[in-house]
Design a protein around this ligand. Structure first.
Ligand code: ADP
Ligand code: MG
Length: 388
């Protein structure tokens, strides 16, 4: 499937610019097994890159102007790198402008280039097409101009580009898109950026994403509000326990002891974060031991927390998680990503996926009148140069 995407991108480049591209870069989307909304709370996360990618084709053009084409949107923009980088009404261009801005801020020298890209990562479904876009673009510029930017710095600069666009995201999405490995999940310590790979062996189960096909507009504002609420929760805890510097150092007793100083919402958000940080450790243990039913249980617990305490789910995603809970073939499921729509991640008995999709799609359609989408994903490598 990705061969078609790569050939299509290369052919398009050739038709537009009259020659084959200098470099082809593949940049993946990501899933996150567990550890949701805690990358920006000094927690741990357990993501992995997947076999859905954006394919970029690049060449230097020996001018000062770069031309960038989004094949899927049939849109392009040109940018003179000597000009000030400003926001544009074409939203997708801002992710790339943000990357160029980062390069300029850090003093990198480079000239104009041509770039086209095409994707099979569903957009806005929580698979981080935006991180794949930033990181693949930056990876490509790094390659054609030999800028020697380290992979981790590509992730960090990609994150900053996304902040520039307006989402105050943590590091997980960019990090997993860049650092992913085939059949490995990455446990990332979001405080230190230390990371370790764990075998992604789900034994008799496979990973299935069910896409609610909705994205409620609350997304951006709620994301930024949750960050503020968590900061407030932590600052209340710190007042009583000055030795605590992050949620990682807190347990439920600490939180209970300051409950009367918090609003109910701040308490619930903080409670979720503390529990979720602990769940990531348990999930790694379950994965390492091959105890997939335990992993599944943890996923259901996470969903409950995201829905009732962190309050970032929505009716459609809650419905999908509740529906699969009744199915014997599913041992775990939860909302994945920022929330208010997007996908649920499900651990489904191998071989039972298609029947499950058909059944849940019917139920979902009769409840909401919306078509359910689904993706069977494989855990794959991070951003790389493609060589024939
Ligand atoms: P997610 O990262 O979960 O897919 P976001 O809302 O964070 O959703 O990012 C999606 C945005 O990224 C799109 O609105 C678009 O601006 C940009 N984008 C992603 N994929 C493409 C693509 N193939 N072509 C152009 N822009 C894209
Ligand atoms: Mg995104």
């Amino acid at each position: 499937m990705n061969t078609i995407l790569i050939n299509g991108t290369t052919d398009f480049f050739q038709r537009n610019f009259g020659n084959a591209p200098e470099k082809i870069i593949l940049s993946p989307g990501r899933i996150n097994i567990i550890g949701e909304h805690i990358d920006y709370n000094d927690g741990f996360v357990l993501p992995a890159a997947i076999d859905k990618i954006i394919c970029f084709a690049f060449e230097k053009n020996n001018t000062k102007t770069s031309k960038i084409i989004a094949i899927d949107l049939d849109e392009y923009f040109e940018i003179n790198l000597d000009d000030e980088i400003t926001f544009d009404e074409k939203v997708w261009t801002n992710y790339l402008r943000g990357v160029l801005q980062q390069l300029k801020l850090k003093g990198f020298q480079f000239d104009g280039f041509n770039c086209v890209f095409r994707s099979n990562i569903p957009v806005g479904s929580g698979l981080s097409s935006s991180a794949a876009l930033e990181c693949g673009f930056l990876f490509g510029i790094n390659e054609i101009f030999n800028l020697n930017i380290k992979p981790v710095d590509i992730a960090l600069m990609g994150q900053k580009a996304e902040h520039w666009v307006g989402i105050n995201c943590g590091i997980m999405d960019q990090f997993s898109s860049v650092m992913g490995k085939e059949n490995k999940v990455i446990k990332i310590d979001c405080r230190t950026l230390e990371f370790e790979y764990h075998e992604a062996n789900f034994s008799d189960y496979s990973i299935l994403l069910l896409d609610s096909n909705v994205k409620h507009s609350l997304f951006t504002s709620a994301y930024n509000t949750r960050r503020e609420e968590c900061e407030e929760g932590l600052s209340i805890i710190k007042k009583k326990y000055p030795e605590i510097s992050s949620f990682r150092d807190c347990n439920i007793t600490h939180l209970q002891n300051v409950k009367d100083k918090m609003t109910e919402n701040i308490f619930k958000r903080s409670h979720y974060v503390i529990q979720e940080i602990a769940r990531v450790g348990k999930a790694c243990y379950a994965l390492d031991k091959g105890n997939i039913p335990l992993l599944g249980e943890l996923l259901f617990e996470t969903h409950k927390g995201l829905s009732q305490e962190y309050e970032v789910s929505c009716d459609e995603i809650d419905f999908l998680v509740d529906a699969v809970k009744k199915e014997k073939s599913v041992i775990g499921a939860r909302m994945m990503g920022g929330g208010f729509g997007g996908c649920s991640i499900n651990l489904v008995e191998k071989g039972a996926e298609d029947d499950l999709i058909e059944k849940i799609a019917k139920q979902y359609h009769s409840e909401f009148g919306i078509e359910l989408k689904s993706y069977k994903v494989k855990i794959s490598k991070g951003t790389t140069e493609f060589k024939n």
